[in-house]
Design a protein around this ligand. Structure first.
Ligand SMILES: Nc1ncnc2c1ncn2[C@@H]1O[C@H](COP(=O)(O)OP(=O)(O)OP(=O)(O)O)[C@@H](O)[C@H]1O
Ligand SMILES: [Mg+2]
Length: 375
């Protein structure tokens, strides 16, 4: 029987990731000590903070990994907590050697596609589309984050069925993960259902913090769920992440389409790109297979056509999501239809839009922003 070596234990631990950070424990300086007595192994891991919500996941994953080593005897994994200095080093290394928070998505070399989901009117399904597209892409293997930028009407945690809270590593915020998606919401920072009454500068600061202080890791996609209309938040997003593209959500109704067009035309001032239009609450499929246009028809195409003219580029209608009670029920339950019933008409329609977002690869490099930028 070959003796157990420290390097074998280390290599086993290198296959265990911190679930919040998505990097191996060994790379994060989270292995405090490895003691080997005969074939028995004692591992002590550093947690970033006492009461880390991931403690049991991390220790049981580490335990399982070490137990896989051939010939290993009894394995114990216990934990200790990092010192302030160790946390600072970790934070620095996660920020790529700088200790100042910056917005990773606004850097020229960022490969994250950022979509700001906007609408003219409220209640047209922005948040529902945001979380469904996010989980659909996560289910296809992409790294996805959702930032609930609807400071007043935050609803993302509920739609994703998440009651977890972010953890703080000093001033760095580790977002909770639900359905494979990292999420952050003002709902995480206010008491219960307390209303948030913030003015422009505070909103701006909150969104900046969500972008810069949250450890998002290397995301493929970041979705930002905006409040309805063309208010302060939309402007802040345009200033903070000029390369964010807009996804405009509208219902098929003519009146809604007109307002949506206004929301989309804000990009003429911000010089952001409109990635496309999503028509939500489109014709409902009845049990007998016939359809019912509850909210009329044509709104999505109308907005896409009008925005194409206004922006002088092709703004596609990315898809039409039928009105479907199951979509709402799954939203209320925190089990987005895109993953719980992907083959339903609404689930499929979301999947088709997600597929289009996956394949769009055109570079936005060199796009300038018309507004005064204060980053
Ligand atoms: N395609 C659909 N079929 C049935 N119900 C839907 C559909 N899309 C959204 N809903 C429901 O409509 C309501 C409003 O949706 P949602 O909260 O996503 O809209 P919103 O645009 O984010 O609203 P707000 O402007 O308040 O942020 C929710 O109850 C949601 O479950
Ligand atoms: Mg919403």
């Amino acid at each position: 029987m070959s003796a157990i070596t420290e390097s074998a234990v280390r290599s086993a631990l290198s296959r265990v990731e911190d679930p919040e950070i998505g990097k191996p424990l060994t790379e994060l300086g989270m292995v405090k000590s490895i003691d080997i007595t005969g074939s028995d192994v004692d591992v002590v891991l550093y947690l970033t903070i006492a009461g880390c919500p991931m403690k049991s996941t991390i220790t049981s994953n580490a335990q399982a990994a070490v137990e896989e080593i051939e010939g290993v005897g009894a394995v114990t994994v216990t934990t200790d907590v990092m010192s302030d200095e160790q946390r600072r080093e970790l934070r620095m290394s996660l920020r790529g050697g700088v200790d100042e928070p910056t917005i990773p998505f606004a850097q020229p070399d960022s490969t994250t596609r950022v979509y700001a989901v906007a609408s003219g009117k409220g209640g047209v399904g922005k948040s529902s589309m945001t979380v469904n597209l996010a989980v659909a892409l996560a289910a296809r293997g992409f790294k996805v984050g959702v930032l609930d930028a609807d400071i007043y009407g935050h609803s993302v945690p509920g739609l994703l069925g998440s009651d977890q809270h972010p953890t703080a590593v000093d001033d760095m915020i580790m977002p909770p993960i639900a359905h494979g998606v990292k999420l952050i919401s003002i709902g995480h920072f206010v008491d219960g259902n307390a209303p948030v009454v913030w003015r422009g500068p505070m909103l701006h600061r909150a969104i900046q913090q969500f972008l810069a202080d949250v450890f998002w890791g290397d995301l493929d996609f970041l979705f930002m769920d905006l409040p309805p209309g063309t208010g302060d938040v939309a402007i802040s997003v345009a200033q903070l992440v000029p390369n964010a593209e807009l996804l405009i959500v509208t219902t098929p109704q003519a009146a809604a389409a007109e307002v949506a067009e206004r929301a989309g035309s804000i990009t003429q001032q911000t010089r952001q790109r409109v990635a496309g239009v999503i028509e939500n609450m489109a014709a409902m499929v009845l049990p007998d297979g016939s359809t019912l246009d509850v909210f009329g028809s044509g709104g999505g195409q109308h907005v896409a056509d009008r925005l194409s003219v206004l922006t002088g580029g092709k703004v596609p209608l990315l898809g039409q999501i039928p009105l479907d009670p199951a979509l709402r029920v799954h939203g209320d339950d925190g089990t987005p239809i895109a993953v719980s019933e992907p083959d339903s008409p609404a689930g499929k329609a979301v999947g088709e839009i997600a597929a289009q977002l996956m394949t769009r690869r055109d570079s936005l490099a060199g796009k300038s922003l018309g507004l005064g930028v204060n980053r």
